[in-house]
Design a binder for this molecule. Structure first.
Ligand SMILES: Nc1nc2c(ncn2[C@@H]2O[C@H](COP(=O)(O)OP(=O)(O)OP(=O)(O)O)[C@@H](O)[C@H]2O)c(=O)[nH]1
Ligand SMILES: [Mg+2]
Length: 495
């Protein structure tokens, strides 16, 4: 074969390849040109490639990934859970690395730590900070507000009186732990509470006692309300001091607290009450049928006529807790509550219970009463005052809260210290709940001696808007500015 013939044959072969390649490309172009305009239909373009690819077997191309469907997929369940529920799921490794310095928390297995990072750069002596906090509190409480804006309040108005008997309630009850001799004081509270809220809704009451209620108590109480009242005696095992408590140690510790003027230090029934409200009350058989409770107490005041169903507000907004007053605690009563809690969080997989949107900075702030943080192992002692609390018991009955309470209880420090149910509930909420699910009922005027929540609303009478305490020298006990600073993103969003 001559060189010329070889060239001609090669030239012909190349020409055939080029022509068939061009035809192949031409067919593809025709196929896509007949589809909708590309600019407006990106997802169709992907689908076009996909259906095209689906008609061929590309399995021999090892690294070719299937073209994914362009339909948006829901995020993985783990990410959804981190939105508002409890737990660390959804925190990426990357986030875990630097949140300690920038946000004040590190949530790693057996390496959980928190620190106060003073997010707003608060400066000054504690007196100066106190003055700034007083000013903020006063400004917020003297601003005229109305009902919450984050829910359709018109949909949860009271029924007309003739429809009251047919009203479809939320799954809720009003609770009070009381003693037989307190029938007058709790009766007066019920009368005020009825006027403010419950005569418009008739939610049932659950009155609780560590001994059976007397007939006299029951007869007197029923006269204060048209709502059903259930009288409950607490089973011994949910009330009394556990056998595991070292009585000698208890006596020694109680005497020390009494020497430091800690109120009720030596009163064992008070310690029982705090432990009961902290971890056992919502386990009473009679409360199993309910999801929400609103706690009331003898000797309190309600100043606002509430014209919407507060339980349905919590239910509708999926909030887990409502409060009116936030204050500092007597630090000697909670000396090791925080350190015991850190021990719990750093055991096994317990870190997973922490909600990364918890109110950590509120738990740790040390600008107003730094001496409290020193005595309480870093805990600010800020808490929600639990004599007024509206609670979703599913939170208190959750695995996270239950495991944590069991740890606290195992230390015996409801007796060796005087851990109150208020700091216990509050710390649990700050760690395991999203802070946006904890609601300050700013619109509800309330008083438990000596502190107020007194808003400026058209339905509030009998208190002075902005006043925190009966006694000015107790204004430094107000922790609400810290809640406002660190746990409310937008003050105008709800009220
Ligand atoms: N049945 C019963 N109820 C109790 C006992 N101790 C306290 N309570 C109730 O528990 C609630 C809280 O007790 P309080 O004495 O008001 O405690 P506190 O609010 O911390 O203290 P104060 O500032 O004195 O009101 C109240 O409703 C009391 O009636 C008890 O031993 N038995
Ligand atoms: Mg009280």
């Amino acid at each position: 074969m001559t060189m010329r013939n070889v060239f001609n044959r090669r030239f012909r072969r190349i020409t055939v390849i080029i022509i068939s390649g061009t035809i192949f490309l031409f067919i593809i172009v025709i196929l896509f040109a007949s589809r909708k305009p590309l600019s407006s239909q990106d997802s169709d373009l992907t689908m076009g490639f996909k259906s095209f690819a689906d008609n061929f077997d590309f399995s021999y191309l090892k690294n070719l990934k299937p073209i994914s469907d362009s339909t948006p997929q829901p995020p993985p369940q783990s990410l959804l859970e981190s939105e508002s529920g409890t737990g660390t799921k959804g925190i990426t490794e990357e986030e875990e690395e630097d949140t300690y310095e920038t946000k004040g928390y590190q949530i790693k297995r057996q390496d959980v730590k928190f620190k106060y990072i003073n997010p707003n750069g608060k400066k000054g002596t504690k007196q100066e900070v106190q003055a700034q906090h007083d000013e903020l509190y006063n400004k917020v409480l003297t601003k005229e507000i109305h009902e919450p804006k984050d829910f359709n309040i018109e949909s949860i108005r009271p029924p007309s009186p003739d429809m009251l008997s047919k009203y479809k309630h939320a799954n809720a009850t009003i609770v009070a732990l009381v003693r037989n001799h307190e029938f007058g004081a709790i009766g007066r509270t019920i009368r005020k509470f009825e006027k403010s809220f419950n005569e418009k809704f008739n939610y049932p009451y659950t009155l609780i006692n560590d001994v059976p209620f007397s007939d006299k108590f029951k007869d007197r109480i029923q006269a204060f309300t048209k709502s059903p009242v259930e009288f409950v005696t607490i089973p011994e095992e949910l009330w009394s001091k556990p056998d595991s408590i070292d009585v000698e140690k208890q006596t020694t510790e109680m005497n020390i607290m009494a020497e430091h003027n800690v109120a009720y230090a030596k009163m064992e029934s008070y310690h029982n009450m705090c432990r009961f409200y902290s971890g056992n009350m919502f386990n009473l058989p009679e409360l199993q049928k309910y999801k929400y409770y609103w706690r009331i107490e003898p000797h309190v005041e309600f100043y606002t006529s509430i014209n919407y169903d507060i339980f349905k507000y919590l239910e509708g907004t999926k909030k887990v807790y409502g409060f009116t007053i936030s204050l500092y605690d007597i630090s000697e009563t909670v000396k090791t509550l925080w350190t015991e809690t850190l021990k719990f969080l750093n055991t096994g997989d317990n870190y997973k219970y922490i909600n990364k949107n918890g109110a950590f900075q509120w738990l740790l702030s040390d600008t107003q009463l730094p001496e409290n943080n020193q005595i309480a192992g870093g805990y600010s002692t800020c808490h929600f005052w639990s004599n007024f609390e509206i609670v979703d018991m599913d939170f208190l009955r959750s695995e996270a809260y239950t495991a944590w309470f069991n740890h606290l209880d195992s230390t015996g420090k409801f007796y060796y210290e005087r851990w109150g149910d208020a700091p216990v509930h509050s710390m649990g909420l700050a760690l395991f709940a999203d802070k946006s699910k904890v609601h300050w009922f700013r619109d509800v005027g309330y008083f438990h001696d000596p502190y107020y929540n007194c808003p400026k609303t058209s339905h509030t009478r009998g208190c002075e808007p902005g006043q925190f305490s009966k006694w000015d020298h107790l204004n430094d006990q107000n922790c609400m500015a810290s809640w406002i600073d660190y746990s409310i993103d937008d003050l105008d969003a709800i009220y």
